[in-house]
Design a protein around this ligand. Structure first.
Ligand SMILES: [Zn+2]
Length: 307
């Protein structure tokens, strides 16, 4: 077996940024794998996510199933409520340059992860613009260039968020769940900003579902790598960079033994954009996924490329 795998690393919290990222950098270096990191550098309001319990079906269940309190720690779970929300980027400002120096891609994962996740669909375009500007400013304070890639917190994207990203000249975004890169259509409007979706389920979605263990999750990832199209796996600095680090390392080892080639999403985006006429269009639809609370933005049926 060979296959191609892009590893997308979402960093949502200060704990993930300051502790999970260095742990992942060590492991990726050890195994000579290059990946794509997406950072939320604004306030860590993880505590506010607790209030989703009252609003979203499945959140409490997921928190218990994945042992979130044990994983995230009590402090993280109080940020933005009982404790003030710390600014993630400012708390460990050396981290983004370390990621870039190791040859990985560094992109944005919003500014305030919780606020984007909970409020995006209620925001007017100006509010989305402010959020993305704040994200870019915090990025530019830590790295000598602006971010070219954006991954929406919680896989929540809207026509307005895509339009802001396009206007801000992002190279591509990774906002949705799907099967293959595409140009997203919202109603009759096709966004000219390339989307590279996450194609595989995440560990936290499947863990505990039907008795799924980390080893079963790795089996599933490896089985999907037999497909001819490249796959994109999203991991979380808080999980695979924390209590599931050994399981992630084991997955990487198994991939390498089987000849899997790893790629950074930005390199694939540049390659695809050399021939934009070959990139298909697909409607974006909001769906529920097994093991995830609320809905996420997903790729609908593929259509022919725009003429
Ligand atoms: Zn996230």
């Amino acid at each position: 077996m060979s296959g191609k795998l892009g590893i997308k690393i979402d960093v949502d919290t200060l704990a993930g940024f300051a502790k999970g990222v260095p742990a992942l950098l060590r492991e990726l270096e050890e195994q000579e794998v290059k990946a794509s990191f997406f950072l939320a550098l604004g306030p860590d309001n993880s505590g506010k996510a607790i209030f989703r319990v009252f609003r979203q079906r499945g959140f409490l269940q997921k928190m218990l199933r994945t042992r979130a309190p044990a994983i995230y720690g009590l402090k993280t779970m109080c940020y933005g409520t009982l404790l003030p929300a710390p600014l993630i980027g400012a708390a460990a400002p050396e981290i983004p340059a370390r990621i870039a120096a190791a040859g990985h891609e560094v992109g944005l994962h919003g500014y305030d992860h919780v606020r984007w996740h909970d409020q995006l669909f209620r925001w007017p375009p100006a509010a989305i613009s402010r959020e993305i500007t704040a994200a870019q400013e915090s990025f530019a304070a830590l790295l000598p260039h602006r971010a070219e890639a954006f991954a929406a917190p919680g896989w929540q994207c809207s026509p307005a968020s895509r339009e802001v990203l396009r206007a801000e000249n992002f190279l591509y975004a990774s906002d949705t769940r799907g099967s293959t890169p595409y140009f997203p259509r919202f109603g009759h409007t096709v966004s000219p900003l390339l989307e590279i979706p996450t194609t595989l389920p995440t560990l936290d979605e499947l863990l505990g579902l039907d008795g799924c263990r980390p080893r079963d999750f790795s089996d599933l990832v490896l089985s999907r790598l037999t497909q001819t199209s490249p796959q994109v796996l999203t991991i979380h600095a808080e999980l695979e960079g924390g209590p599931y680090l050994d399981d992630f390392a084991q997955l990487l080892r198994r991939c390498r033994q089987q000849g899997v080639a790893f790629f950074r999403l930005e390199d694939w985006a540049r390659e695809l954009l050399q021939e934009p006429g070959k990139i298909p269009v697909a409607q974006v639809v909001n769906r529920r996924l097994p093991g995830r609370a609320g809905t996420v933005s997903c790729q609908g049926n593929l259509e022919a490329p725009p003429s």
